[in-house]
Design a protein around this ligand. Sequence first.
Ligand SMILES: Cc1cc2nc3c(=O)[nH]c(=O)nc-3n(C[C@H](O)[C@H](O)[C@H](O)COP(=O)(O)OP(=O)(O)OC[C@H]3O[C@@H](n4cnc5c(N)ncnc54)[C@H](O)[C@@H]3O)c2cc1C
Length: 448
Amino acid sequence: MAGLQAEHRVTIVGAGLGGALLSNYLACSGATIGVYERRPDPRQAGFIGGRSINLAISARGIDGLRRIGLEDEIMPLALPMAGRMIHAPDGDLSYQPYDKDPARCINSISRGGLNQALVEAAERNANVRFHFARRCERVDLDRPAVTFEDESGGRSEVVSDLVIGADGAFSAVRDALRVHGRFDYSQDYLPHGYKELRIPPGRDGGFQMEPRALHIWPRGGYMMIALPNPDFSFTCTLFLPLVGPNGFDQLTGDEAVLAFFERTFRDAIPLMPDLLEDFRDNPTGNLVTIRCNPWHVGNRVALLGDASHAVVPFYGQGMNAAFEDVVALSSVLQELWPGASALRVYSRSRKRNADAIADLALRNFVEMRDHTGSALFRWQKWGERMLHKFVPGYLPLYTMVSFTTIPYADAVARERRQNRWVAGVLGVAGVIVLVLLVLLLYRLLSAA
Ligand SMILES: Cc1cc2nc3c(=O)[nH]c(=O)nc-3n(C[C@H](O)[C@H](O)[C@H](O)COP(=O)(O)OP(=O)(O)OC[C@H]3O[C@@H](n4cnc5c(N)ncnc54)[C@H](O)[C@@H]3O)c2cc1C
């Protein structure tokens, strides 16, 4: 019989966002689901970050929650952001809505809170069990079996029918696929890194800036952004080159940091009383794009989320894409698996979309840091909103990516078609205006 059944055993490596959501999806099959996570249980140890404190969840992520009835439980934890608030170097603010419909928002949510809610929802199923502080050390792709190491160095092997690598950008399961052979792999670091800082609540206990917006300080070549939190604070992320002018390597002491902020993010300084302490204490993270192919071996092992496609965070889509992987994978597991082609169907259908969002995310970094502050960008976005409002079928790329579930690769192809069409219409309009001007000139000259 096709489909995951109660007699099957599934091992999910990684109880991050993708792994925890997948365990919820697979629970209804009745299969025995073991989720193994390197970190200790955050409910006992406190959430250990290392990645962003909060992230933006949009249509694709929400769709992943909705399909298994978790939207109503989880989305009240999120804060809607309806547009970008641009902070100019002189402190001037300008607001750019994300869509023609002001009700369409992306949403700021706590990574730790979301992760915990997903784990707790999955644990309501008797057939799902989480094992924390168990690090995947080795994967035998044939049986398939995973060796885990616990905190005291003890090792245990878990044999199952299916292993899913949801263990993030530096996946141990993916390493086993690399060694297995005939596996394409690339890892590209950006020359920029990131550091998280904080804008606490104001003296009155409320937000110090507009909470319904994603704040951007675009400075050309580098930038800072801020997302609101339910405790009335904002988490800021500073993206700078790792070395060179305006780079992290130049900001070696309190004086240098303060001078840099005074020169570049002056309006943020009074909002950040702990700036110097945060800058000193918080680590500088790397930004990497990872691509690989295929995402599976036979019908026994598959990858999802950052393990198969880590993208840079500038479109706010890494987790959203991971949630789409979960929906696609669980659908082939329920309908086609253990058929020989099941995991290939999943891998092929998702790979083209993962490549598309990886490219878009890189492109959006340039747009956010270099263009969002310019008048040309504001006009372009206004033009897109007008076309969206008055031309049936026209959808701006940002709308397709953030507010629909149109596959990423299809959204990119549609944007190209739309751009050709707009260029064609503008070209014809230009010719008409030119002809009219020539006629007008001719009449004026003949009358003279
Ligand atoms: C600064 C920043 C901002 C971001 N902002 C956004 C955003 O706004 N919107 C968005 O959609 N995405 C965002 N992302 C991307 C998002 O964080 C990831 O795409 C998402 O977390 C992927 O989920 P995952 O489950 O694949 O990986 P992860 O969430 O990284 O989970 C992997 C899990 O596997 C565990 N693990 C790792 N190795 C092992 C091992 N050997 N054994 C056992 N367990 C292991 C890890 O501890 C972790 O819990 C951002 C990323 C960064 C860095």
